[in-house]
Design a binder for this molecule. Sequence first.
Ligand code: ATP
Ligand code: MG
Length: 423
Amino acid sequence: MVLMRAEIISVGTELLVGSILNTNTQFLSQELLKCGVDVYYQTTVGDNPGRVIDTLKIAMDRSDFIILSGGLGPTEDDVTVESFARFIQKPLVFHAPTHRAILRRLKLRDLRMTRLIAKQCRVPQGSLVLENENGTAPGILYKAGGSGAAKWFLLLPGPPRELGPMFKKRAMPLFFRVSGIKKKRLLLRSVKITGLVEAQVAQKATDLLRMKPPLTVGIYARPEEVELKIMAKAINEKNAAKMTQKVEKIIRGRFGNKVFGVNEETLAESLGHLLRKKKKTLAAAESCTGGLLSHLITETPGSSDYFRGSVVAYDNRIKSGFLDVPQALLKKEGAVSAAVAQRMAQNIRSFFKADYGIGITGIAGPSGGSPQKPVGLVHIALATPSKTFSEKWRFQGSRSEIKHRAAHHALNLLRLALLQRVN
Ligand code: ATP
Ligand code: MG
């Protein structure tokens, strides 16, 4: 088969009414992607036989591999297996190994077989049955149609702890074995960029974003960062890695210092790597970020190697009394000023005997702004062994967004300074 279109059908009224989040679809989509199977549709339908059958009809017309999750259980509202059997016009037949497996499970818990539990021992004739290690309902793999236009169906139990292992350990290995479809490796590598907005990144990467499978690049904007996701599909991991490396090199060449990491790496981690590599230490004096910068830095294990600590100097009395920012300066320039941010950075650096000091002061809002000093105004200062400088920002957004943006820019200010070998 050249092109395989997969579709995921989630069965469950609780999903339709929003009582539970559909994490199975997310899991299945991610896993299928990794095996090189493209998911074209995701559908959700309630526990209603007529509508489950209607959904199966639509799926059969447009997809080759149809995966159903949920409704395999013993209760009356679990209708997936019966609906599927009616759809493929096969009777339900007794499956002895499942009966034995269920009896074993029940015995362990001192329970008896009931009529409802026994229902789970019946599977559509012609099914390949998948054992459930973490529950009673077995999974079902079924091939419909002739060899040319074969359609594959996979029925999985709803509870994620049953579905996950069954899908990975049993269903996919069996599917690749019996279908003769070659498993491919899909390698994902995200290159993370900061300091540019999505449109700017897109403009510089137009050619990459137009690439076609088996090697493609997607763009995703997250708060304060843009991710270029490279996807390479190949017969093995080595070939896929070669393909992604080629594109990563192009991206790094184009975006330079704006690339701060790959995959799960955070900006704070990336800064941590640099500080550790250069054997440098950092201390911070935070006002409007209220400790958020320190929190982000200390999210990385081992950050005590380079992070000395910080002071949340929220009140002016702490800025002057504790951090030694002159009262005259606070009065003349105001607490939210470049001069105060710089003095905070210098003093925390020397008090904490660090190589670098960061000072942050600003107005996170929603109140407290003025025409001269509006909400979102933040001064971020960096004191190094040889000089002190600061940046003035005007961030938009809610109080929490402004705090996050300020902390993020402080991390990036030091990261860029370290890359430019500032002393
Ligand atoms: P059971 O034997 O437990 O009844 P089942 O195969 O019949 O399993 P459902 O009855 O549809 O599955 O769902 C059982 C539970 O599994 C739900 O209450 C929910 O907690 C979880 N679940 C079902 N579908 C999903 C889903 N798509 N995403 C996340 N969790 C789900
Ligand atoms: Mg159920």
